[in-house]
Design a protein. Structure first.
Length: 400
């Protein structure tokens, strides 16, 4: 945090010099969530009722702004293992009690150039490599300097240097689940808008420069490209994603490895009903732990099922073949953005192509005013990897 404060203080005089009319915007969020987990092999189920509060303020003057936000998470019902406290005889629900400064940043923004310095949330592309982990109550933020440059219409360069990652484990984090992980992380991508979609070339250098983090074995360098686009076809809209990356060890990682990442995804929206199919591969090298493709800074909940069985890629990698179907309504009576969704996953290893298991995920959500309510369910059926698991969530979000 010391480095963050130095940068903020260095930028402050420039901000004052350019200050004109200062406008203040209050920030506020409340989330109440019940999560229940039944996992084979553990003596008891897990039940968690947690309440997250976020509050802050953003001040703007011309092209300059400053933002401060704090957050707290409270377990009202704590019959679960939060990764730090409680009994490991219950399933893990990674939402420990916490109180923290979640964001403290200065920003200068013009049409062609934006720089943000301080503690901030960063979500790049689809968050497969770098994300804010918004589903978990404590989330993830970065002590970083980020520059976004738009030299021409449809062209953007995005470069970040982050020296600390503030994890979901909060103030009591320790060991392999630390409060923060230091390192010289560099995230860079360049995107170009084309008629077929946005094409991105990226380089993500992740430096987990602390021995407690798997003996530095989560440090890696990933280079790749991504296409994200959509096209109208008849009365439908077809969205598609293609991505490839090559990852290898970096910095102090003692492993010598390389592994590949592939994603192909297509979804069709018929103006109500929606269907999709995709195939994602996090490849393996030699079958040794942590020599497969890893994404420790990703928003993992978005990928490979909500049962969270593959947040750390197995030594033999993972191949995820999935299909989805759902329906969306703009309004149903007083409710807005009503959604029903079902996703099926079939998981196999990358090496030897053996079955891991399969999973069904179900979601329904709707918005009323500033509140959004949702219910989720995940069922993982193990077939050689991990154990059978059922998860259920009820969630209510309110945003100022």
């Amino acid at each position: 945090m010391t480095r963050t404060l130095v940068i903020l203080l260095a930028l402050a005089p420039a901000g004052v010099a350019h200050a004109q009319t200062v406008t203040l915007k209050p920030l506020g969020e409340v989330r109440l969530r019940y999560e229940q987990v039944d996992q084979d092999g553990l003596a008891a189920d897990a039940d968690a009722l947690t309440l997250r509060l976020r509050a802050g303020v953003e001040a703007k003057a011309g092209r300059w702004s400053a933002l401060v936000e704090g957050q707290g998470n409270l377990a009202i019902v704590d019959d679960y293992f939060d990764g730090l406290h409680g009994s490991a005889t219950r399933p893990l629900i990674a939402d420990p009690d916490n109180i923290a400064l979640s964001r403290a940043q200065f920003r200068y923004a013009s049409p062609a150039f934006t720089v943000t310095a301080g503690r901030q949330r960063i979500a790049l592309d689809d968050e497969r490599f770098i994300g804010a982990v918004p589903f978990r109550q404590n989330g993830q933020s970065f002590d970083a300097v980020r520059a976004e440059i738009t030299p021409a219409k449809g062209v953007k360069a995005d470069l970040t240097y982050a020296w600390s990652v503030r994890t979901i484990w909060g103030i009591d984090g320790a060991g392999t689940r630390q409060q923060a992980v230091s390192g010289d992380n560099v995230f860079g991508n360049v995107s170009v808008a084309t008629p077929v979609g946005k094409i991105v070339a990226f380089a993500y250098l992740v430096d987990q420069d602390e021995a407690a983090m798997q003996g530095f074995r989560m440090s890696s360098q990933s280079y790749g490209a991504r296409l994200d686009g959509s096209q109208p076809i008849g009365g439908a809209k077809v969205a598609y994603q293609l991505s490839y990356a090559r990852q290898s060890d970096w910095h102090r990682n003692p492993n010598d490895y390389s592994a590949d990442y592939y994603l192909a995804d297509v979804a069709v929206d018929f103006g109500g009903p929606r269907v999709g199919v995709g195939y994602e591969i996090l490849g393996a090298d030699n079958g040794i732990a942590l020599t497969s493709f890893q994404t420790p800074l990703a928003t993992g909940f978005k990928f490979q099922g909500w049962a969270d069985k593959f947040l750390v890629t197995p030594p033999d990698g993972v191949r995820d073949l999935y299909a989805s179907a759902g329906w969306g309504w703009k309004a149903v009576g007083p409710l807005k953005a009503v959604t029903l969704q079902a996703v099926y996953h079939d998981y196999r290893s990358d090496r030897a192509s053996r079955s891991y298991g399969d999973e069904i995920d179900l979601l329904t959500s709707a918005k009323l005013g500033k509140c959004t309510a949702s219910a989720r369910y995940a069922h993982y059926d193990a077939d050689g990897f991990a154990t059978d698991t059922d998860k259920f969530w009820l969630q209510l979000d309110w945003t100022l």
